[in-house]
Design a protein around this ligand. Structure first.
Ligand code: HBI
Ligand code: FE
Length: 293
């Protein structure tokens, strides 16, 4: 029997109280996995999935990193909420990753352990139609449409496993916050510089109709060249568009920067003041918004 502190940590990770988490955690296995229950999705669920999918797919040509768009095309996931077992077989052949159905946010320890073993946790429930534009907890559309396409990309797939391995070290070093910021800014809300200019690759923006456009078009947020220490020191918010986005030159840059032992960097970052995402810093490399005619 797992001790409950892990569960309360899971709900803390989601920023919500235990009583209001949407998923059904009663049937979870010790690793927090559940059966996806694909046969229980209604025709209305599949119709909402297609509406969400088509709305985002229409933006990809102008806003998404090409590796994301290519990865999504390989998943053949437009017509219905995907069966994770079928997608897992496809992903396994591509990069050795498999999907695991979960009821929602799970404790960091289990989450990192899944990533370290190339298992990506995907929430099994879909939002309601009224939540088409905003929902608080990640649902299957955010987790699948946002995160799974780049798991077909070899370098990003390697990065995600390495991130999971760093997780166990971070927990041991009491450095969860810096690592959570790295995930937030570089997995959920990352931009990448391409020959066509800045493009979005983060799951949090590419699964959001509003933020996909905002992150590239709006003059409001700062767009700062990736720097690992800078990212690990910068606070983020979970209930509004980001005030700062970080820009990669390549996925290799992210993988190389986070390979190896980060213990010393964790200690250095935690001894320094947290940075406000509303402000830029003197040695930031800044990018202008992508003006669209
Ligand atoms: N659980 N299912 C799920 N999905 C996440 O993205 C997730 C999580 N638990 C913790 C978590 N993310 C963050 O704290 C990461 O930074 C570890
Ligand atoms: Fe996510």
């Amino acid at each position: 029997m797992r001790d409950d502190t892990d569960f309360t940590r899971a709900v803390a990770a989601s920023g919500k109280t235990a009583s209001r988490l949407r998923g059904d955690y009663r049937q979870v296995a010790d690793d927090y996995s559940i059966d996806q229950g694909w046969e229980h999705y209604s025709t209305a669920d599949h119709a909402l999935w297609r509406a969400l999918y088509d709305r985002q797919a229409a933006l990809l040509a102008d806003y998404a990193a090409p590796e994301f768009t290519a990865g999504l095309a390989r998943l053949d996931a437009r017509d219905a909420i995907p069966d994770f077992r079928r997608t897992s077989d496809l992903l396994d052949r591509a990069t050795g990753w498999r999907l695991l159905a979960v009821p929602g946010m799970i404790p960091e320890r289990e989450f990192f352990d899944h990533l370290a073993n190339r298992r990506f946790p995907v929430t099994n429930w879909l939002r309601q139609p009224a939540e088409m534009d905003y929902l608080v907890e990640p649902d299957v559309f955010h987790d699948f449409f946002g995160h799974v396409p780049l798991l077909t990309h070899p370098v990003f797939a390697d990065y995600m496993q390495a991130y999971g391995q760093q997780g166990a070290l971070a927990i041991a070093a009491g450095a969860l916050e810096p690592l959570a910021r790295l995930y937030w800014y570089m997995v959920e809300f990352g931009l990448i510089n391409t020959s066509h200019g800045l493009r979005a690759y983060g799951a949090g923006m590419l699964s959001s109709h509003g933020e996909t456009r905002y992150c590239l078009d709006s003059p409001q947020p700062h767009r700062v060249g990736f720097n690992l220490e800078r990212v690990m020191r910068t606070r983020y918010r979970i209930d509004d568009y980001q005030q700062t986005y970080f820009v990669l030159d390549s996925y290799d840059q992210l993988f190389d920067a986070t390979a190896g032992d980060l213990t010393a960097l964790f200690a250095k970052v935690q001894a320094l003041p947290v940075l406000d995402p509303a402000q830029t810093q003197p040695d930031d490399r800044l990018f202008a918004p992508v003006r669209r005619q």
